[in-house]
Design a protein around this ligand. Sequence first.
Ligand code: TYM
Length: 332
Amino acid sequence: MSKQIVVSGIRSTGFLHLGNYFGAIHNYVKMQNDYNCYFFVADYHSLTTHPDPKDLKQHVFRVAAENIASGLDPEKVALYVQSDVPEILELYFLLNTLTYKGELEKVPTFKEKVRSQPENVNAGLLTYPVLMAADILIHRAVKVPVGKDQEQHLEMARNMANRFNNRYGELFPEPYPFNFGSELIKVPSLDGNGKMSKSENINATIYLADDDETIRKKTMKAKSGLSPEQPNSSMTDDIQNLFSLMRLMTDEIIVAQYEAAYADCSIRFGDMKKQLAEDMIRFVAPIRERAADLQKDEVRLQRILKEGAEKARASASETLKATRKLIGINYY
Ligand code: TYM
């Protein structure tokens, strides 16, 4: 039986963090042996916020290096840069003709951008979910490993696939978000304000490039409040956040000890945070070092990305050919 097709991407808008790792890359690595995987650096998506042209290459190469340093094997997957696969943009335009302004304006991430950057509400932001659908449908993927924040975008990609199929004929399968656990993941920030992020909450986000001391400092500053006074009292959001992070990072026997200590009020949050910080350091340090080495070897990264783009274009051009034919762009 042929392997199921998987697509996912990460925007090159900053340093990768534990949210990107546990929401996305961790699943990429687990999927790479059993699925036909296409993973990419979403550099076009990063342009909606107008990054400095001088920074672009470094950002793209760092995201690629951090993926590989986290265990992604470019021999097993196609690892490429979005802008190296122009077929995506043609499909993007074709899907734009099947997508309505009203539905795009209702997307929560768009509404959030309108609030946070009213001076730059460009059409690329509005049609962001269409480009994302094109990224996925260009390989006719069925599984998309992503974090919880991408759920709505995936629903839109399914709508676009169905709309195309109904209008022009069956071509695209429905893509679903994927996580090995039962639910999609949202890794909280250390200050309890939303999630870890590449560009916001920088002091409450643990980056894969953070050094040991930075990780210690950020973690010790995490909000915890006062120790519980009544046995088995319910946890505040801040404490729940700390436990959520601990469940990702720490040996489960130790997590259970802290849970029991919370329940019987003997917990010391300072000790808990120290434990969490050391576990995060143990996890991040080897990735940080491998990624730094890889970024020094530009020739190797270039070769990997070019080979990845070739694999991706082979698949993308087949889909595009079939798409054009169904639409009737088939003149000669
Ligand atoms: P991006 O670059 O914001 O994030 C990359 C991946 O990391 C996940 N993620 C998180 N997961 C859990 N907790 C967090 N705190 C957290 N922060 C980020 C995201 O869910 C994502 O899986 N639009 C996408 C990029 C993209 C894409 C695609 C993804 C473009 N085309 C096609 C899948 C398929 C984005 O901005 O992700």
